[in-house]
Design a protein around this ligand. Structure first.
Ligand code: 5AD
Length: 475
């Protein structure tokens, strides 16, 4: 007898299992960049709207999707290894579970993945995230399941990454959010696979993005990060410059108008796109936070040329100089690749030298990984792996030393922190970020979530500052 039968007076009936089918539970694991995180969030939100439930682990999920990254071979191997384990385990315990890949590796390898892993049910490319729900519906109801591979290009797909997860435990109270403003990349840096996996640049209209930001602010969001492969190329084709302002600067201005929004960030720009209108925007738009993630890749002009980056070390230093003239306490982070084909000791030393000159607050240091189909993968003089490892360790050590000094300079200073939520390490404390993007941990409670708090920095740890709000917030 069903628990929902109203006529049954037996109180134990409550304990009987429910008879209506429960919603399918989906777990999405993400590899790679913030864009991938954002794509996964949008897919999860779309599935939730369709009635699916979001699972927090693959162990109790009916559907497991891996959102993949192709930027380095290690990321691809990780996802393939994980899928092999899932197939071995999940197929034994839950033979009907749906297993799928989506994102960049799904795009670049497509049907080959199904040939390699015949137990796979779904492969969805980077322009088809919004179709995941329909494919899952079809797979779940099919008696004779056939794998689906959907990796075509789709006009307008840049506007399909718009839903946010605003239910569940973390949401509703989200203070910061990522907003995807464009898809694709036209740069064709010689080492990079992204133009081949993400397609040509396509930008969303300004009004559509601003509407999304407004909706987020209505839900309590105080800070947005505008996201794209190369945000400084935003709207070049679709919108163009107006009154000396690039489309991207126009977008920042329009976002700045949103009432209730406190902070604006973006990632990633291309140094080539850091023109004066954008640099000046930091000076006149108070919500635009003084932090920049400016991918350098190499400090050597000959390497930059081979990488097809379109700037020199001198131009890079000039941009940094100009930014610091407008905002002296600008936070600066970067991406660097070590071991690009033919990189000599002198060229590597030029990268170290440039890092010392700029004094980055942090850097992601990557070991060069040849990607099939990219020009660099066919260049002569590949470096031995041991040398790449050695340079990676040397540069990382250098970056850590610079960062330590930079973080220590904050001790004793007063900063403004946007309170994001409990600290991950110690949930009794709260964490937030300074305008220049440093993580700060401090004594406070949930009541302060979403507030801008002034505090004094008392000590500095590894990439974390410790603040004391009591000194400045005694009212
Ligand atoms: N090998 C190593 N690192 C790479 N990146 C992109 N392509 C490669 C590659 N083939 C790094 C760049 C980029 C970051 C997202 O990944 O530094 O900025």
């Amino acid at each position: 007898m069903s628990a929902s039968t109203q006529l049954n007076p037996d109180p134990l009936a409550k304990l009987e299992p429910r008879t209506e089918p429960s919603a399918p539970r989906v777990f999405i694991k993400t590899y790679g960049c913030q864009m991938n995180e954002r794509d996964s969030e949008a897919v999860a939100a779309q599935l939730q709207e369709k009635g699916y439930e979001i699972a927090s682990s693959d162990r109790d999920a009916d559907i497991i999707l891996l959102n993949t990254c192709s930027v380095r071979d290690a990321a691809e191997q990780k996802a393939i290894g994980k899928m092999q384990n899932l197939i071995a385990q999940t197929r034994r315990e839950r033979p009907n579970a749906v297993l799928g890949f989506m994102g960049c590796m799904a795009q670049s390898r497509g049907k080959d993945l199904i040939d390699q892993l015949p137990d796979l049910d779904l492969v969805v490319g980077t322009q088809k995230f919004h179709r995941v729900g329909d494919h899952l519906d079809q797979l779940l109801k099919s008696e004779n399941r056939q794998p689906i591979c959907d990796t075509e290009a789709e006009v307008g797909s840049e506007s399909t990454i718009r839903e946010h997860l605003f239910t569940g435990k973390s949401a509703a109270k989200a203070v910061t959010a990522f907003v995807s403003i464009m898809q694709g990349c036209n740069q064709y840096c010689s080492f990079c696979i992204v133009p081949y996996t993400r397609g040509k640049e396509r930008s969303r209209p300004i009004e559509e993005i601003v509407d999304e930001v407004r909706g987020l602010v209505d839900q309590g969001v105080r800070e947005v990060t505008l996201l794209g492969q190369i945000v400084t190329s935003y709207g070049k084709r679709e919108i163009g410059s107006k009154n000396g302002l690039s489309a991207f600067t126009q977008l920042i201005e329009a976002t700045h108008e949103v009432e209730g929004l406190e902070r604006i960030r973006f990632t990633s720009p291309h140094p080539k796109g850091y023109q004066d209108d954008l640099i000046e925007a930091y000076g006149r738009l108070p919500k635009l936070c003084e932090s920049a993630h400016l991918p350098l890749q190499s400090g050597s002009n000959s390497m930059l040329k081979k990488m097809k980056r379109g700037y020199t070390r001198e131009r890079f230093l000039e941009i940094i100089h100009k930014l610091r003239q407008v905002r002296p306490d600008m936070g600066m982070t970067t991406d660097i690749i070590v071991g690009f084909p033919g990189e000599t000791e002198e060229e590597f030393q030029e990268t170290i030298d440039l890092c010392r000159k700029v004094e980055f607050d942090n850097a992601y240091v990557f070991k060069y990984s040849p990607r099939k189909g990219t020009p660099a993968s066919e260049m002569p003089d590949p470096l031995p792996q041991e040398l790449i490892e050695e340079r990676h360790a040397i540069l990382l050590n250098e970056i850590n030393q610079i960062a330590k000094r930079k973080y220590e300079q904050f001790v004793g200073r007063e900063v403004e922190v946007l309170v994001e939520g409990p600290s991950r390490r110690n949930p009794n404390r709260m964490m937030g970020r300074t305008r220049c993007h440093k993580i700060v941990v401090f004594e406070a409670n949930e009541r302060f979530r979403g507030q801008l708090m002034k505090m004094k920095i008392e000590s500095a740890g590894a990439f974390t500052l410790y603040g004391n709000p009591a000194i400045l917030n005694l009212d």
